[in-house]
Design a protein around this ligand. Sequence first.
Ligand code: IMP
Ligand code: MG
Length: 180
Amino acid sequence: MITVRGRRIETLFGEAEIAGEIDRLAREIAATTTDDLLVVAVLKGSFVFAADLIRALHRAGVAPEVEFISLSSYGAGTEGGEVRVLRDVETDVAGRTVLMIDDILESGRTIRYARDLMRSRGALRVEIAVLLDKHMRRKADIEADYVGFACPDRFVVGYGMDVGHAFRELPFVGEVVEAS
Ligand code: IMP
Ligand code: MG
């Protein structure tokens, strides 16, 4: 338990645990991927995970190209939720093997939208890697190909993830437990 910005944060997944899991994920990805891998990190929440995963991919012998896409997931948790592209990838994905990287798979609407977008542009194969899977929250018919941890049904912060733009800098995944 630590206190940041006057809020008490309980650790759910610690630094060493995350690092070990990312190395395992990278080896799993390396075992099945082609030479020509295009990683697409879904901003903002995935930026820390993506930064660690691409370096673990390097250690596992994979040399990916790296791109970013920023999606608004406003209302994505509700029935009428829609997804919009705020900032697009800058490369042609046609014929490429794409690995989408996201922080959390929750309803699945955001990553399904991104996957379908890459497919509509002619991507050869689209795979999905997420650090956390909140399976109990799924609404869209989609699963990740690579999952770091099953996530409890709680709002988590840190390791790139925020609540109200705070706590992205924490090196671990935690939960805000109470005001101080
Ligand atoms: P969904 O799968 O479309 O419902 O949306 C997943 C996105 O919602 C993730 O990429 C995160 O950006 C965000 N999200 C979901 N749960 C959490 C959480 O517990 N903490 C921080 N962001 C979350
Ligand atoms: Mg996100």
